[in-house]
Design a protein around this ligand. Structure first.
Ligand code: NAP
Length: 279
């Protein structure tokens, strides 16, 4: 019998690690990311827990590397789950990388794994509550529909506009983040029928604010913004990465077999609290 393989991009990141610990209970894990040192440290931790894991250095914004990751994973066994958590935010990097990694990277991952995902398999792409903060304009949809064209990245970048100074660059990066994460949901949903033809599912998760290295950077660099954000969360706390591990494990399970082509917003009530007048 072939080994069951779960691929987790960013499996050494805050949420990725928690997800590997859950899904690694019944599957070998392939970790993908750029930082080999961090991946090696995560692998060591997983092995202490008895989780079989492999490392594949991958920059998912490069289509060739995403394809090499898919080929490597398929060479190890049957790829049954692809959990694509890799992503960057304005706390990590600028507008260009946000679009290249979050939007182009998601296209690369879906294209690379569609052929290798085994029957009954599931792919989960990570979006964000930020995707819900802005309406999808006609212009955005037109750019999203260019996902398979060579100028997709340029079209997305043009929508982020120009920045004149540091402050407007941060706003531009925030817009690019929301747009790129909206694209993750849109592109995931565009793939549902062809995945279903293969008896596979594809869906997305939009986390709210989880206490991971990504979110910690915001807390450290912009404590006031973080404080204001916390006040908007009805749950009154940040999310715990282990909660994301448990949610992902459920969405991969047979019990979630009819959950397909949707975005699961796991935000402690933040979006409802902000956008729906509360009783
Ligand atoms: N934490 C939150 O509150 C929050 C809220 C909303 C949405 N999200 C989303 O949830 C996902 C996971 O977030 P997190 O908090 O766990 O973030 P994290 O701890 O910063 O981990 C992000 C991971 O993405 C990987 N990555 C970044 N660029 C990459 C690239 N070009 N190729 C391959 N891997 C890359 C990083 O690995 P390398 O550096 O090794 O490449 C890292 O392991 C992200 O997509 C994020 O946007 C998080």
């Amino acid at each position: 019998m072939k080994k069951t393989i779960t691929v987790v991009t960013g499996g050494h990141g805050g949420m990725g690690k928690a997800i590997c610990k859950e899904l690694g209970k019944d599957s070998a894990i392939v970790l993908a990311g750029r930082n080999e040192k961090k991946m090696a440290a995560a692998k060591e931790q997983f092995e202490e827990l008895g989780i079989e894991s492999y490392i594949c250095k991958t920059d998912i914004s490069d289509a060739v590397q995403a394809e090499a990751l898919a080929a490597y994973a398929a060479s190890l066994g049957e790829v049954r789950r692809v959990i694509h958590t890799s992503g960057v935010s304005p706390s990590d990097t600028g507008t260009e990388n946000i679009i290249r990694i979050n939007a182009v990277g998601t296209v690369n991952m879906v294209k690379a794994f569609y052929p290798v995902l085994a029957e009954g398999g599931v792919m989960i792409n990570f979006s964000s509550v930020a995707a819900y903060t802005m309406p999808q304009t006609e212009e955005w949809t037109q750019a999203f529909e260019c996902w398979d064209q060579p100028d997709f990245y340029d079209k997305m970048l043009a929508l982020a506009g120009e920045a004149e100074d540091e402050e407007s660059e941060f706003f531009r990066a925030g817009l690019a983040y929301a747009m790129s994460k909206k694209f993750v949901i849109y592109f995931t949903q565009k793939n549902v029928s062809r995945f279903a033809e293969k008896h596979c599912r594809i869906l997305s998760i939009s986390p709210g604010c989880y206490l991971t290295p990504m979110h910690q950077k915001l807390i450290d660099n912009q404590p006031e913004t973080a404080e204001n954000q916390l006040e908007l969360i009805p749950a009154g706390r940040w999310g715990h990465p282990y909660e994301m591990g448990a949610l992902t494990a459920f969405l991969c399970s047979a019990g979630a077999g009819y959950i397909n082509g949707v975005d699961i917003l796991a935000d402690g009530g933040q979006n409802a609290g902000v956008f729906v007048p509360q009783i």
